[in-house]
Design a protein around this ligand. Structure first.
Ligand SMILES: NC(=O)c1ccc[n+]([C@@H]2O[C@H](COP(=O)([O-])OP(=O)(O)OC[C@H]3O[C@@H](n4cnc5c(N)ncnc54)[C@H](OP(=O)(O)O)[C@@H]3O)[C@@H](O)[C@H]2O)c1
Length: 247
């Protein structure tokens, strides 16, 4: 088991990617804490399924950009386990519009969850990783944050900001045993892409080498890689999981 004894926090735990990541880390022996914003029923169901398989997992409901909630949650995790080895900043939302049509609130909401959430969770976890001189932080960004995608103005900018954070923190903390890497998924089959009209979906699929959408498990595999000793020489990496996006 690649993660035996490790303690991992996964944000966005009730979403398509979050659930797959939690399954994957549990199966490799990690004790996992999931953070989600609203879907309590989904969290309860996931906990029941995982507990039945003998996995140790708990969930906390709150927002990743709520500083008090995040600090309290991290304190509870430290009280229980006295360590945090892995942080997966996965919570994310979209509110797509071209810049002239973008409502300020939508701009702010997306930045609060996608960027400030990652920054606040990292800030609260970092001192505990520094104490043990070990940590793996994996930021889930998006191919949109690298290449830019039509109408995803706030989303692309927020994910681009997380790339900057990943690069800066990896430079600062790699010598202390804390590695920062990011994963940039392309189009992955989850609730997040439910609203996409068929023609847009087909357009994106056609712009990949593999001519299909990705599966959440395929992203979860990359998270496992970057969480474990398999990636001990990976630092400041932006790993694209996008079926070979051509544009
Ligand atoms: N699916 C894709 O095609 C795709 C592609 C590239 C990148 N990504 C990125 O992958 C990540 C996961 O996406 P997904 O497809 O799994 O999305 P999803 O199914 O829509 O799930 C989003 C998750 O984030 C949680 N969340 C949203 N705002 C939050 C907040 N303020 N605080 C705490 N949790 C919050 C949601 O919680 P509740 O539902 O409980 O409110 C849910 O668990 C996101 O960062 C997304 O940008 C996805």
């Amino acid at each position: 088991m690649l993660l035996k004894g490790k303690v991992a926090i996964v944000t966005g735990a009730t979403g398509g990617l979050g659930k797959a990541i939690i399954h994957k880390l549990c199966k490799e022996g990690a004790r996992v804490i999931g953070i989600y914003r609203s879907q309590s029923l989904s969290a309860e169901k996931l906990q029941a399924v995982l507990a039945e398989s003998g996995f140790e997992v708990s969930f906390y409901k709150g927002s990743v950009y709520d500083e008090v909630f995040v600090a309290n949650t991290v304190n509870k995790i430290i009280e229980k386990y006295n360590r945090i080895d892995i942080l997966v900043n996965n919570a994310g939302i979209t509110r797509d519009a071209f810049l002239p049509q973008m409502a300020s609130k939508d701009w702010k909401d997306v930045f609060e969850t996608n960027f400030e959430g990652a920054y606040i969770c990292t800030r609260e976890v970092l001192p505990h990783m520094l104490k043990r001189e070990f940590g793996r932080v994996i930021n889930i960004i998006s191919i949109s944050g690298i290449i830019g995608k039509e109408a995803q103005t706030n989303y692309c900018a927020s994910k681009g900001a997380v790339i900057g954070l990943t690069r800066l923190l990896s430079r600062k903390y790699s010598q202390k045993g804390i590695y920062f890497n990011a994963i940039a998924p392309g189009l992955i089959e989850t609730d997040m892409i439910d609203h996409l009209p068929d023609n847009k979906r087909t357009g994106i699929i056609n712009s990949t080498n593999l001519k299909r959408v990705g599966k959440a498990e395929e992203v979860a595999g990359a998270v496992l890689f970057l969480s474990s000793s398999l990636s001990d020489y990976c630092n400041n990496t932006i790993l694209t999981i996008d079926g070979g996006m051509l544009r």
